[in-house]
Design a protein around this ligand. Structure first.
Ligand code: PLP
Length: 429
């Protein structure tokens, strides 16, 4: 732990905190006990004070192929020497972004999609929500503007993500409940409640329903059997676009390339980020179905423009890294490996739940696990104890521990991680 000695003034301000403002942090709790990572190797990271930690969360669910991968570093280096990037506004583009577009279209769970590339998951959500609204405006149904989402969902922290988030604390302190007009949240798994909300608001006012396939930050909640089948029926019946947020689940986390395949989901829009490069470059984006993009690709002077994009949309180095990364997933057989590791994780967590009364529920989907703890244990304290044992987990909503290690681990490492969790729970209990 790198210790920054903290000095509180009479007014209680922390004077000697680092210049860098920590994200999602209660600063007095964090300053002085930050874990400063300076190096990674595969599934492990090293801190500036000499700790070697098993990265049981793959950072923020992103480092799927592990840290400091030489092939990805080489490709980024080579691409930057050739061309760091060139923008894709108007008639410009770059060869790497175009190649990545083709590659993503080929593996997309949406048939004949168009691909929009930007810099991360929050970007992708903002873009998908705007595109959903733009769709209905262009269709001549301007009243269809409301974006529905689920309680306990997380969709990043841009204006749309903040507004549709089902985690209340992310919306607090801005003066209004939503930063963008026209959002509404429905209970997590309750489709009767969704139908009631649609009836209350009027389907003619609802643009889209946004959901994660497996709720991540909300506590790792896979869908119930039949959830998506019925959800899709409801969306189709009411002409509501279905936006699937695959920022965590995309690119193999649940054992299929996209969770849409695993759960039989046919979205109109799909957002991705994290796993598209395993975090080696900030990249995210949206896959859009033909009904969304076709009107913008008509050979006519009347064809409308969708005004999206930023300087880094289709960043050439990020795209080159993503292309290499997709090769690595395939070459190293990492998707079938996730399916194997799922079995190990499910077995280990079932054993843990049986042995430890402090464990009230466990959930697994691919290499995603959630362990809900009894109230007398504090997940945050358990994760602190785990760091002392050499393992990184993270407290999620619902007093839950996050398990989402890189795909490259062996069975024994996963077994040791769960054993360490049991040890930490026992100590804290
Ligand atoms: N959507 C989901 C489901 C996420 O889990 C996240 C981040 O964890 C985001 C969106 C936001 O992505 P980013 O942090 O890359 O902006």
């Amino acid at each position: 732990m790198t210790v920054t000695d903290t000095v509180a003034t009479a007014t209680g301000r922390i004077l000697d905190a680092p210049a860098l403002w920590p994200a999602q942090a209660h600063t007095p709790t964090v300053i002085g006990r930050q874990l400063v990572i300076e190096r990674g190797e595969g599934a492990y990271v090293h801190t500036t004070d000499g700790r070697r930690l098993f990265d049981g969360t793959a950072g923020l669910w992103h480092a799927n192929v592990g840290h400091a991968h030489r092939d990805l570093a080489r490709v980024a280096h080579e691409q930057m020497l050739r061309l760091e990037t060139y923008h894709q506004f108007a008639r410009y583009s770059n060869d790497r972004a175009l190649a990545l577009g083709e590659r993503l279209a080929a593996i997309s769970p949406i048939e004949r999609p168009k691909v929009l590339l930007n810099s991360g998951g929050s970007d992708a959500i903002d873009l998908a929500c705007k595109l959903a609204r733009r769709h209905w405006q262009r269709e001549g149904r301007p009243e269809k503007t409301i974006i529905l989402s689920r309680e306990f969902s997380y969709h990043g922290l841009h204006a749309y993500g903040t507004s549709i988030a089902g985690l209340d604390f992310n919306r607090e302190g801005y003066g209004t409940d939503s930063l963008v007009p026209e959002t509404s949240r429905v209970p997590q798994h309750d489709l009767d409640a969704l139908e009631a909300r649609i009836a209350e608001l009027g389907a003619h006012r609802i643009a889209a329903f946004v959901t994660e396939p497996v709720q991540g930050t909300g506590g790792v909640h896979p869908p119930h059997d039949g959830y998506f089948e019925r959800l899709q029926r409801i969306c189709r019946e009411h002409d509501i676009l279905l936006v699937i947020d695959e920022v965590i689940t995309g690119f193999g986390r649940t054992g299929t390339m996209f969770a849409a395949e695993r759960y039989g989901i046919e979205p109109d829009l799909l957002t991705f980020a994290k796993g598209v490069t395993s975090g080696y470059a900030p990249l995210g984006g949206v896959l859009a179905a033909p009904r969304i993009w076709e009107p913008f690709f008509v050979d006519s002077p009347e064809t409308p423009i969708f005004r999206w994009g930023a300087t880094y949309s289709g960043h050439a180095t990020a795209a080159a890294v993503a292309l290499e990364h997709l090769d690595i997933l395939e070459r190293d057989g990492l998707l079938p490996r996730v399916a194997e590791l799922e079995q190990v994780l499910a077995r280990e967590l079932a054993g843990l739940a049986e042995r430890r009364p402090e464990v009230v529920d466990v959930r697994v989907a691919g290499l995603l696990g959630g362990i809900s703890l009894a109230e007398h244990l504090v997940a945050e304290r358990v994760t602190d104890a785990l760091v002392e044992l050499g393992f990184i987990s993270r407290p999620l909503r619902g007093n839950t521990l996050q398990i989402s290690p890189p795909f490259i681990i062996d069975d024994a490492e996963l077994v040791s991680f769960v054993a360490a969790i049991e040890h930490a729970i026992t100590e804290e209990g």
